[in-house]
Design a protein around this ligand. Structure first.
Ligand SMILES: NC(=O)c1ccc[n+]([C@@H]2O[C@H](COP(=O)([O-])OP(=O)(O)OC[C@H]3O[C@@H](n4cnc5c(N)ncnc54)[C@H](O)[C@@H]3O)[C@@H](O)[C@H]2O)c1
Length: 354
């Protein structure tokens, strides 16, 4: 079987936790380059995984005729630049979520993908989560009846990632809790509900608890090594709320990287007129119905698979078939439209027609 030659661009957390192990495990790919602006990070991957070449500037292999595909695992500010460069060079691209910082960048990525005919998938990994797939199947089979409202809560007590680093700097990330966490929840909802179109959105984004970085109280954080409380920036939302009309269900949500409520509530409620489901984010779900005149509660258990391995394996499969799978850029653009509308609504104080 032909092994695709791939490059990893950005050798940080998500590359090491998800993309690299998934490529190596797939048996369908060979990593030819590890690229990072910090040479030691690229070199550490070469040594850790025993393959590939360390490179600092991706332009050095942009036109390598042997290269089939790249994974873009940099922070959000480089997603569109790198993805577009590689699509134009005739390579397939797997790019981390969110597609981009702002809608215009996501649309430029979509245009480049369409023009090049190459794949551009966005790493909205929950589309390959086993329980999420089951919910999509149940909704499509009519088990919930009409799904009229979906509510998402992605609220944590103290969970701002890399305080003062890329995650909390608007120029690097394009936003905070909404773009970093909300993207997963909102994309997952659209996926489960058969990818409806977003019609209008109203929202408010707040930057209240993280701005005073030096006095922010926490116990631990994701990407702590990228944190820079002394000299860094905090200019993004740490909580957000929204009200969205779609061609399918109404979507409402509350999200917070940080809030003065000491509990984490991370779940999605799918409310149908026949049955309802509560999905524990990254976990299992329960379903309630009134089938046959009885109040029924079903706790679901099934054998799960690794969503990161699934997304990379399916990306590689689609390189062979040319298929646009569930992570194709066209779907991610809908989520980008939604998030842009929430930020625009927050800034203008008005509802946005998408
Ligand atoms: N799918 C998920 O569940 C998930 C989880 C975490 C992060 N992410 C996403 O992954 C991306 C990276 O996050 P992370 O936590 O791995 O960050 P990170 O800071 O750990 O890694 C990013 C790496 O990219 C490198 N880099 C930046 N610009 C570059 C460039 N132009 N060329 C080469 N290298 C460059 C940095 O030096 C750094 O090593 C973000 O977009 C984030 O939203 C996704």
């Amino acid at each position: 079987m032909k092994k695709y030659k791939v490059a990893i661009i950005g050798c940080g957390n998500i590359a090491n936790c998800a993309h690299i192990p998934a490529y190596l495990k797939s048996g369908m790919a060979e990593i030819k380059y590890f690229c990072d602006l910090i040479p030691e990070k690229a070199q550490a991957c070469v040594e850790k995984y025993g393959c590939g070449k360390a490179v600092v500037d991706y332009h050095d292999f942009l036109n390598d005729p042997e290269l089939d595909a790249v994974s873009v695992c940099t922070h959000n500010d480089f997603h569109s630049i790198i993805a577009i460069d590689f699509l134009r060079a005739g390579k397939h691209v797997m790019c981390e979520k969110p597609a981009a910082r702002i809608l215009s960048e996501a649309l430029a990525m979509q245009k480049a993908a369409h023009e090049s005919g190459k794949l551009l998938n966005i790493g909205v990994c929950n589309r390959f989560n086993t329980y999420v797939e089951k919910i999509r199947e149940l909704i499509a089979a009519g088990e919930l009846g009409e799904v009229y409202h979906v509510y998402a809560s992605f609220r944590a007590h103290r969970s701002i990632p890399g305080l003062g680093g890329d995650f909390t700097t608007f120029a690097a990330s394009g936003g905070g809790a909404l773009i970093d966490w909300g993207v997963h929840y909102l994309d997952l909802i659209l996926f489960c509900c058969g990818d409806p179109q977003v019609k209008t959105a109203s929202g408010a984004a707040f930057s209240k608890l993280g701005v005073d970085m030096k006095n922010f109280v926490y116990t631990g954080m994701w990407a702590e090594e990228t944190s820079d409380v002394e000299n860094g920036t905090y200019d993004v939302d740490d909580s957000v709320t929204g009200f969205v009309r779609t061609s399918g269900p109404m979507i409402t949500f509350n999200g917070a990287w940080a809030q003065n409520i000491g509990v984490s509530e991370t779940y999605i409620d799918f409310l149908g007129d026949k049955a309802g489901i509560r999905l524990n984010y990254c976990g299992d779900f329960r379903m309630w119905s009134t089938k046959n005149g009885m109040l029924t509660e079903t706790k679901v258990n099934c054998r799960t698979t690794d969503m990161y391995e699934n997304e990379i394996r399916d990306f590689l499969r689609c390189i062979g078939t040319g298929e646009h799978n569930r992570q194709y850029i066209d779907y991610a653009v809908e989520t980008s439209k939604l998030m842009q509308a929430i930020y625009d609504s927050s800034a203008s104080g008005k509802e946005i027609i998408v």
